[in-house]
Design a protein around this ligand. Sequence first.
Ligand code: NAP
Length: 281
Amino acid sequence: MAAQIIDGKAVGAAVRERVRGEVAAYKAEAGRVPNLVTVIVGDDPASEIYVANKHRGCEEAGMRSSHHGLGGDTSEAELLELVAALGADDDVDGILVQLPVPEQINPDAVVTALDPRKDVDGLTPLNAGLLAHGVPGLVPCTPAGVMELLRHEGVDLEGTEAVVVGRSKLVGVPVARLLLAANATVTVCHSRTRDLAATCRRADVLVAAVGVPELLGADAIKPGAVVIDVGMNRTEDGLRGDVNFDAAVEIAAAITPVPGGVGPMTIAMLLSNTVAAARAR
Ligand code: NAP
C-alpha cells in the first residue's frame, strides 16, 4: 500500500495561523509588532526569491519586516558593522543574513557576530550550544519544521531508530539533536558512511538532508518507515528531493513530497522564531 503523503503546505499554514494569533497577542501586550530584518549581499537570484517569500510571510502574519540589499563587493567589515548596528537597534527583533555570502566574507564570522537573541535562524554558537545542552533557545528553522511535521503526524519518537543523512550545521546536526532530545536512538550518516543504504534501512524515521537528487532508493527504506526529505535539488526534470519518491512511497508508511513537504515549514518556523525572539527580549 502506498505511503501517506505528509502535507507540509497544510502543516505550514497551520503554524502560520498560530503565529498570527501570537503576533496579535504580543501586539496587545507590547504595543508593537515583531520586526524582522533581512540582509542579502550580492545578487543571488535564489536568495532574492527566498527572502521575498520571507517578507510576504511576515506581512501575512501581521509582522513588520525590512531589507538591506548590499552590493556584491561589500567587505566583511562593512557587513559586520551592519550586523552590529542591527543587534544594537532596540526596534529589531530578528536578523537574518541570507547565505551564501560572497567569497570575501567568512560566513562563520558573520553568524558569530549576530546577537544570539535576534538569531532567528538559530545558527550562532550560543544557540547551537543551547540546543546541544537541551536548553530552549532559538532552533534552526528547517530542523524545527521537520520536528513539527513529525509531531503533526503523531509520530511517537521515543525509542525509535532515527537515521539522519547529512551533518550540516544548518540541518543535519540540529535535526539529530532534536530527535535525540525526543528520545529517539539517532544515527548520523555523511559522505564517509560505509554502507549508507543498510544504515538507512534500520530507520523507523529517516531524515535526508544531503543535496544529492534521489540518492536514497528502495534499498534504503525500511517497510513502514516515516521518511522526511529535506533535499531541494534543481534538476533538468524539476525540483527533486534526496529520496527517490516513487520508490519510497511504495515502502514507507508516510513520506514528505518535494516540493510541498519540508519546504513550506522553513518560513513558517522562521515566523514562529521571530515572535519567540520578540517575546524573549
Ligand atoms: P550541506 O551543508 O551541503 O550538507 C550536506 C551533507 O550531506 C554533508 O554532511 C555531507 O557529508 C552529506 N553528504 C553529501 N553527499 C553524501 C553522500 N553521497 N552520502 C552521504 N552523505 C552525503 O547541505 P545542507 O545545507 O544541510 O542541505 C541539504 C539539502 O537540504 C540540500 O538539498 C538543501 O537544498 C536542502 N535544504 C532544504 C531546506 C528546505 O527548506 N527544504 C532548507 C535547507 C536545506 P560531509 O559532511 O561528509 O561532507
